[in-house]
Design a protein around this ligand. Structure first.
Ligand code: CP3
Length: 341
């Protein structure tokens, strides 16, 4: 098996810099559309054979050093009893958002194997099919990022209702976060038991928070998740999108790896996080639209900066955009391998 990704997570030497791409299984790939055209997104998530098939597509097409489970951070909310829809042009919609104590009380904290058994079934299929290839990454949403969907009822720009609950009903907010955190711990343990070899916590909207609020309303729950999984030997990656200003705090999360968006140089990030944490990132997803010569220079610069960190896993600074030509993603993978070996 190609273990470069797992080694880089732990800060061990690798023959070349490993790379995977956030949202690597998805809409920029014609092969994904072929499978997806026959069912809805949620049906695809809940059909283990098909979810496994699209997970493997970027491994075969791009040659990345890790696979990431095909699923979504929001299936957790459905498992906790919330209604969840993915609307064709709108994205995720939760038609009954959390507004009061009764809503929080109604949230369930079930056993993940019972409610999300289809995820663990997908992981088991993937470990069989990946056996001699690359490691499998499992994932979840960070509690704060999940909270934004629970309270706003879908995607948001200003997160007004979320902050309103944080500031005007902190006990309610914290009771909700405790339930989400407890279930997430159970869920990640189940993913690791089923065969996930690394786990990434996606905090997509952490960058919307002032440092003081991040420290009170977001990071403590991430720390609790990571502490609960420390015995599992599975490396943990924490990705706080738009989180450069939160790095002094994120470095205390307990994660083995911190994911970086493109708004900070990896050299600066390495100086802040110190010698005990690996870094992942951080090419601007839009840079994949550059002509190849310019793109290669950007890749080389990030590889050079990544040397400052304990370990470096190349990635984009956020998810790959649906508009990206797959050949460009393949070119980046080839560049990273060629320039780093
Ligand atoms: O990375 C991978 O290849 C694995 C699959 C994966 C998906 N979602 C599939 C998906 C992962 C890791 C996610 C995580 C996720 N989901 C996040 C965190 C990462 C990030 O981008 O910040 C968030 C915020 C979500 C919530 C979500 N799911 C949104 C906002 C949307 C709609 C907009 C969008 O980006 O597509 C989704 C839908 C979704 N999740 C799709 C896919 C492939 C598109 C569904 C389709 O086929 O129509």
């Amino acid at each position: 098996m190609n273990t470069d990704f797992l080694k880089a997570c732990q800060g061990e030497k690798t023959s070349r810099t490993p790379i995977w791409i956030m949202r690597q299984a998805g809409r920029y790939l014609p092969d994904y559309h072929k499978v997806r055209s026959k069912m809805t997104f949620l049906e695809l998530c809940k059909t283990p054979e098909k979810a496994a098939e699209v997970t493997l597509q970027p491994v075969d097409i791009l040659g990345v050093d890790a696979a990431i489970l095909f699923s979504d951070i929001l299936v957790v909310l459905e498992a906790m009893g919330m209604k969840l829809e993915f609307q064709e042009k709108k994205g995720p919609v939760l038609p009954e958002p959390i507004t009061c104590r009764a809503d929080v009380d109604r949230l369930q904290v079930p056993d993940a194997e019972d409610e999300l058994g289809y995820v663990m079934a997908t992981i088991r299929i993937l470990r069989q099919e990946l056996a001699d290839k690359v490691p499998l990454i499992g994932f979840c949403g960070a509690p704060f990022t999940l909270a934004t969907y629970m309270i706003e009822g879908g995607s948001s720009k200003a997160f007004f209702n979320t902050k309103k609950m944080m500031y005007s009903a902190p006990e309610l907010y914290k009771a909700m976060m405790d339930k989400v955190t407890d279930f997430t711990i159970n869920y990640l343990k189940a993913q690791a038991a089923a065969g996930a070899q690394a786990l990434q916590i996606f905090d997509s909207w952490a960058g919307a928070l002032a440092p003081i609020d991040f420290g009170e309303f977001a990071l403590p729950y991430v720390k609790r998740i990571i502490a609960a999984l420390k015995d599992s030997t599975v490396p943990l990656i924490y990705f706080a999108n738009n989180g450069a200003t939160l790095l002094e705090q994120s470095r205390t999360s307990g994660a083995d790896v911190l994911g970086m968006d493109w708004r900070i140089s990896l050299a600066d990030a390495a100086r802040i996080v110190g010698p005990d944490i690996s870094l992942q990132g951080n090419l601007d997803p839009c840079a994949l639209l550059l002509p190849e010569d310019k793109l290669e220079k950007r890749v080389a610069a990030i590889l050079a900066e990544g040397k400052e960190a304990r370990g470096h896993i190349f990635n984009l600074g956020h998810g790959i955009l649906p508009e990206t030509p797959p050949e460009k993603a393949k070119f980046v993978v080839e560049c990273v391998h060629r320039l780093s070996s």
